[in-house]
Design a protein around this ligand. Structure first.
Ligand code: FMN
Length: 333
């Protein structure tokens, strides 16, 4: 069934197909054609001190503004990461900014955090019927100087603290100039300290502890991964999400669109993301949970990621190529 839908969607430009899909899911859930079952499929797991109905989540970037929250439960997701949202709404990069590489089961995107802003998302998070866990992925506006990045993240935290099950801090998108430099040891330690201090203040204000995660890029060297792990270990951070998209084009050389600027996701990222998780797991204490994402497109891939150390997994590009059947397969792992 998805094969037919996919043929139609792939006949459209990628961003149009994306918008049509989200609109369709939204209508289906409004008409109650797509409803979350009384109990989500799979086996509940405890991660970051929370119970997740199953280990399978929607990765950030697909439902940035949380417009389809009521639909995701009907597809079986145990958790959804909305965002990346920024303090102020922004249009993102000029189009075209999304490219399919079907021969490699991959996508290249340079969306650039197009989003309606964190307040619009907070409004939606106030009333939805998704029965799983919701993570909110926050970023900085493109025109915020890098030295003021912490302030943008703190604004995001304050706006969603009462509504999110966990908050993910995105410092690894390749499409916001300079963002990835925040992963460097000089920037990371003060940034994480500032985020944890903000969380402490919000915890006291709201009487509620919300786990904090940081999302990293797969293009870090082994030494850089070690340095990040050291900085993370020195804080009260709860989790790491690994990985974001890659700038490496080795696996797609010669394919149409391979030279487009942006981040590459999907099958070519699988091995790199798995190795990244394996490395992180050995470098971090057990109290820091790991969310594995990047190139997962089968039950075997998910199993491999969990064996490498992931407590939860997320999908984006695999969903585009395999459709909702993928979620059912992954939940069974
Ligand atoms: C079109 C597109 C937009 C994305 N936007 C975001 C984003 O806003 N924030 C983020 O943290 N990751 C974003 N990502 C990265 C995904 O969340 C994920 O980390 C990456 O695609 C690897 O997983 P995959 O191979 O399953 O797609 C985006 C990915 C794609 C393909």
């Amino acid at each position: 069934m998805y094969a037919a839908a996919r043929a139609l969607l792939f006949a459209l430009p990628p961003e149009t197909a994306h918008n049509v899909t989200l609109a369709g899911l939204r209508v289906a859930s409004q008409l109650r054609l797509l409803r979350a079952p009384a109990e989500l499929p799979g086996t509940p797991v405890q991660v970051m001190g929370l119970t997740f109905p199953n280990r399978v989540g929607l990765a950030a970037g697909l439902d940035k503004d949380g417009i389809c929250l009521n639909a995701w439960g009907g597809l079986g997701f145990g958790f959804v990461e909305v965002g990346t949202v920024t303090p102020r709404p922004q249009p993102g990069n000029p189009k075209p900014r999304l490219f399919r590489l079907p021969q490699a089961q991959a996508i290249i995107n340079r969306m650039g955090f197009n989003n309606a802003g964190v307040d619009a998302l907070a409004e939606r998070l106030g009333h939805h019927r998704f029965p799983g866990r919701i993570g909110v992925n926050i970023g900085k506006n493109a025109d915020t100087p890098l030295e003021q990045a912490l302030s943008d993240y703190q604004t995001g935290m304050r706006a969603v603290y009462a509504l999110a099950d966990y908050i993910a801090v995105n410092i690894s998108s390749p499409n916001t100039p300079g963002l990835r430099t925040l992963q460097g040891a000089d920037h990371l330690s003060p940034l994480l300290a500032g985020l944890c201090a903000e969380r402490q203040a919000l915890q006291e204000q709201h009487g509620r502890y919300v786990p904090l995660a940081v999302k990293l890029a797969p293009d870090l060297s082994e030494a850089e991964i070690e340095a990040c792990a050291k900085a993370i270990t020195a804080t009260d951070l709860d989790a790491v999400i690994a990985t974001n998209t890659t700038l490496d084009r080795t696996a797609v050389i010669g394919l149409r669109y391979a030279e487009e600027a942006g981040g590459l996701s999907g099958a070519p990222l699988r091995e790199k993301s798995t190795e990244f998780i394996r490395h992180l797991r050995s470098a971090l204490p057990d109290r820091v949970s790991l969310i594995g994402v990047g190139g997962i497109s089968s039950a075997e891939d998910a199993k491999e990621r969990i064996e490498a150390g992931a407590d939860l997994v997320q999908v984006y590009t695999g969903l585009v190529y395999r459709g909702p059947g993928l979620i059912r397969d992954l939940v069974g792992v």
